[in-house]
Design a binder for this molecule. Structure first.
Ligand code: SF4
Length: 697
C-alpha cells in the first residue's frame, strides 16, 4: 500500500519505504501500483512533514495540532468523495468501494467532537491543495484520482496505529476519541479493492505518466500540511524578534511553489545542445571588437567534498600531480582562443572560480596568472576576483594573491555553527574565519564577498542568526545569500544529508527574512535576488544607477563585457552565443589534444523575440521593473497586446500583491522580490510548457 499521510505520521515509513520488506510487498502489486510506489518512495527523501510526524509518534503532538489536522483535511476529502465516483467510472474504474473508503462523514463527526478546541487560523496548505483539486476535477480527472489513491492508501496503511496515537494524546487531555482512521471492512480487502481500481483505469501512456507525476504532488501536498502543523505548537519555532513585523510569505510561496530557473542567462543553460560547438565559438571570437572581455577560469579541484555541493568539481588529494597537467591544458586552450581571435583582447574583469582556486599552490597560481597575461592585456582598472575555501588558507597565500594582482576576494562561510558545518562536511572554526578576514584586510583587498547558504541541515533560525551576527562583525563589502537546493536524486553526494535534518520551509523563510532585516539595517543594500552590498561598494552603486547585470557568475557590474569561460565546464556568454566547455576532464583534454576549442554544447540566440524576452527578464532580475517603452532598445512596444497571455498572468500576480502594473510598465513589489524568479518566468515560454529549476526557497 502506498505511504502518505498515515504512514508518514507513523514515522518509520519514511525510511522503511526503500526497505527489503517493503520491496518484497510491492512485488505482489500490479504494474501501475508498483510504479506509483516507486515514485512516492523517491519523494520521501524530500519529505517536509517530519517534525510533526516525530512529535506525534513521541506523543508530543498537541490537541490543537490534531484539531487543525482534522479541520484542514475535511474539505479535500469531501471533494474527492463528491467527484471521485463519477470521474473514476468515466475512466473505467467502476469497482472502487467509495462508501467503505469514504472518510468525509467521519471527519465531519470528528470536527464536531473537537469543536471545543480553539481554531488555529485557516490552513494555507489545505486551501492551496483544495484549489488544486478543484482545477483537476474540471480538467484532468486522472490526476484528480491520484489524490484519492494517495489519500486513502495512506489512511489504510498506517491508519489504525495512528488512530491509537492520536486518541491516546486526546485522552490524556480529557478529550473524546476520533473515528477518522477506523474502517468498517477488513483493511487488506479495502487495499486490494483500491489497487484493483487503480489498475482498471483506462489511460493513455501520457496520462499514465501524469498519474504517477501527480501522485508525488499529492504526497507533497500532505507534507506541506504536516510541515504547517509542525509549526503550530513548536516553541523553538517562534519567530525571531526581527522578523515578527514582516509579511507572512508562506501562503505566497506555497501557492507559487514550482521549480524556476535562477536566470543567470536567458535562455537558460538547460537549452544548450550539442549542435553548437567549437566552430561557433571560433567564429564568435573572430568578430572584430575593441571592447574589454570578462574572463572566467574554472579550477575544478577540491581536497574533499562538501555534502551540499552542486558545483562541478573533482575531489582529489593528488595536488600538483593533477594541477600540472590541468595548467598545461589551460595553456593550450588560451593558445587556441588567441589563435581564433587573431589579435590580443583586453580584460576588464577576471574571475577564478571552482572547485577551489586555492587548491593551486602559490607557484601554480603565479604560473596561471602569467599564462593569462601572455595572451591578454589587463585593463588598468581590472577587477580581478578569486573564490577561496577558508579551510586551507594562510596569511602568506592571501598576500601572494594580492601581489599577483587580485583585488577582490570571495570566500564561503555558508554557516558558522559547528553542528551545521559537521552536518555538511565543511568545518571551518569561527576563529579561522576571523583570521581569514583579517588577512584580507591586511592585504588591502578592495572588496571581500562572503557566501552564505540558508536551508542547510541542522540549521535553525537561532543558529543562522548567529552566523548573520558574525557577518555583521566581519563586515565584508558583499554578501551572497543562497537558498540550499536539495536535489538528492540528481546530486548523489547530497544523499549524505538526511531530509529530516533540513529546516522547514517556514524556518527557511524566517532565516532569510531575518538576514534581510539585519543586513539592510546595518548598512547593506539588498541587490537583486540574493546579494547584499555595502552602500559604498561598486555593486550597490551599479544597482542604484541601473547598471546591474546578471550572468553565470551572478550579479555583476560588468554587463557590457562578453564573458569567455576557460577550463572544464566553463560557460561563455556572448550576445548571440552561449556555450559550455566539455564537462569531463577526459573530454576536455581530448578536445584540446585534437586542436579544438573544447566546446561541448551551446546555443545561438538570434531570434529577436528571444532577445526581447531576455531584456525583459534581465530588467526584472536586476531592476525589479520593466518599462516596455524602452526595454526593446528604444522601440516602444505595447505589452498588453504583444504579451497578452503574459499580461493576464501578471494581473493574477498583481491580485496577490506581487507586482504593480502600469499602462505599459511593470514594477515588482516588496513581497514580490522574494518571488522574482516566478515573475520572470512569466516571460519564459519554456517554463509555461514545463516547470524546471529549483524551488523558490
Ligand atoms: S569547496 Fe566548493 S566546490 Fe569544493 S566541494 Fe566544497 S562547495 Fe563544492
Amino acid at each position: 500500500m502506498t505511504t502518505t499521510l498515515a504512514d508518514t505520521l507513523s514515522g518509520q515509513a519514511i525510511s522503511d519505504h526503500a526497505s527489503a520488506a517493503d520491496a518484497a510487498a510491492r512485488r505482489g502489486f500490479g504494474p501501475r501500483v508498483r510504479r506509483l510506489h516507486g515514485r512516492i518512495g523517491a519523494a520521501h527523501h524530500r519529505a517536509e512533514g517530519m517534525t510533526f510526524s516525530r512529535a506525534l509518534l513521541d506523543g508530543q503532538a498537541s490537541p490543537l495540532q490534531l484539531a487543525a489536522l482534522i479541520r484542514a483535511l475535511g474539505p479535500a476529502y469531501a471533494l474527492i468523495e463528491q467527484r471521485g465516483p463519477e470521474l473514476a467510472a468515466a475512466l473505467g474504474a467502476t469497482d472502487l468501494p467509495w462508501a467503505d473508503l469514504g472518510r468525509s462523514e467521519a471527519l465531519r463527526h470528528d470536527v464536531a467532537l473537537l469543536a471545543g478546541i480553539e481554531a488555529s487560523g485557516p490552513s494555507v496548505a489545505a486551501a492551496a491543495w483544495l484549489e488544486h483539486l478543484h482545477t483537476l476535477a474540471q480538467q484532468e480527472p486522472h490526476r484528480f484520482l491520484a489524490h484519492g489513491y494517495v489519500r486513502y492508501g495512506g489512511d489504510l496503511s498506517g491508519g489504525q496505529q495512528l488512530a491509537q496515537q492520536a486518541n491516546a494524546i486526546l485522552a490524556a487531555h480529557g478529550l473524546p476519541s476520533l473515528r477518522f482512521w477506523q474502517f468498517e471492512r477488513p483493511i487488506p480487502e479495502l487495499k486490494q479493492a483500491l489497487h484493483d481500481a487503480i489498475e482498471q483505469l483506462e489511460l493513455s501512456a501520457a496520462e499514465e505518466d501524469e498519474l504517477l507525476e501527480e501522485a508525488v504532488v499529492a504526497f507533497n501536498d500532505t507534507q506541506r500540511l504536516l510541515a504547517e502543523l509542525g509549526e503550530l505548537a513548536t516553541p523553538t519555532a517562534t519567530a525571531l524578534a526581527a522578523t515578527r513585523s514582516q509579511p507572512d510569505l508562506l501562503p505566497l510561496l506555497v501557492k507559487y511553489d514550482r521549480p524556476v530557473p535562477r536566470y543567470t542567462s536567458y535562455p537558460t543553460a538547460a537549452a544548450l545542445h550539442s549542435g553548437v560547438g567549437s566552430a561557433d565559438l571560433a567564429s564568435q571570437l573572430q568578430q572584430p571588437s575593441t571592447a574589454d572581455l570578462s574572463l572566467y577560469v574554472h579550477i575544478p579541484f577540491c581536497r574533499h567534498a562538501c555534502w551540499y555541493c552542486g558545483c562541478n568539481r573533482i575531489t582529489t588529494q593528488a595536488g600538483s600531480t593533477v594541477v600540472g597537467p590541468y595548467l598545461q591544458a589551460l595553456a593550450k586552450e588560451l593558445a587556441l582562443v588567441s589563435q581564433a581571435s587573431g589579435r590580443r583582447r583586453r580584460l576588464g574583469q577576471l574571475h577564478w572560480g571552482g572547485g577551489t582556486p586555492n587548491y593551486l599552490n602559490p607557484q601554480e597560481q603565479g604560473q596561471l596568472w602569467k599564462m593569462i597575461e601572455d595572451h591578454f592585456d589587463l585593463a588598468p582598472d581590472l577587477e580581478a576576483s578569486i573564490e577561496l575555501n577558508p579551510e586551507f588558507l594562510s596569511c602568506d597565500q592571501v598576500l601572494n594573491l594580492r601581489r599577483l594582482g587580485f583585488n577582490r576576494i570571495s570566500f564561503g562561510i555558508q554557516d558558522a555553527d559547528p553542528r551545521v558545518q559537521a552536518a555538511v562536511n565543511r568545518i571551518v572554526p569561527v576563529e579561522q574565519l576571523r583570521r581569514a578576514m583579517e588577512w584580507m584586510r591586511e592585504a588591502a583587498f578592495e572588496s571581500v564577498n562572503v557566501d552564505l547558504i540558508c536551508g542547510l541541515p541542522l540549521q535553525t533560525p537561532e543558529r543562522f542568526a548567529a552566523t548573520i551576527a558574525l557577518v555583521q562583525e566581519l563586515r565584508p563589502e558583499r554578501v551572497s545569500l543562497f537558498s540550499f537546493a536539495y536535489l538528492p536524486e540528481q546530486l548523489p553526494l547530497q544523499r549524505k544529508i538526511a531530509a529530516d535534518d533540513l529546516p522547514s520551509q517556514r524556518e527557511r523563510i524566517r532565516m532569510l527574512q531575518h538576514a534581510y532585516a539585519s543586513l539592510t539595517a546595518s548598512g547593506y543594500d539588498a541587490i537583486g535576488m540574493d546579494h547584499f552590498a555595502l552602500s559604498s561598494d561598486s555593486l550597490a552603486l551599479a544597482a542604484r544607477q541601473g547598471r546591474l547585470h546578471r550572468n553565470f557568475q551572478g550579479y555583476t557590474t560588468g554587463g557590457e563585457h562578453d564573458l569567455l569561460g576557460l577550463g572544464i565546464t566553463a560557460i561563455s556568454q556572448f550576445q548571440t552565443l552561449l556555450c559550455q566547455n566539455q564537462r569531463t576532464l577526459k573530454g576536455y583534454v581530448q578536445a584540446l589534444g585534437e586542436g579544438q576549442l573544447p566546446v561541448e554544447r551551446g546555443l545561438l540566440v538570434r531570434d529577436p523575440e528571444v532577445l526581447l524576452r531576455r531584456s525583459i527578464i534581465q530588467s526584472l532580475m536586476c531592476r525589479f521593473a520593466v518599462d516596455f517603452d524602452t526595454v526593446a532598445l528604444g522601440q516602444p512596444l505595447a505589452a498588453q497586446r504583444q504579451f497578452a497571455s503574459e499580461w493576464a498572468d501578471l494581473q493574477l500576480l498583481e491580485a496577490d500583491g506581487l507586482v504593480r502594473l502600469g499602462a505599459n510598465s511593470l514594477e515588482v513589489t516588496e513581497p514580490g522580490r522574494w518571488l522574482i524568479r516566478t515573475i520572470a518566468a512569466v516571460f519564459d515560454p519554456s517554463q509555461r510548457r514545463q516547470a524546471s529549476g529549483s524551488r523558490l526557497i
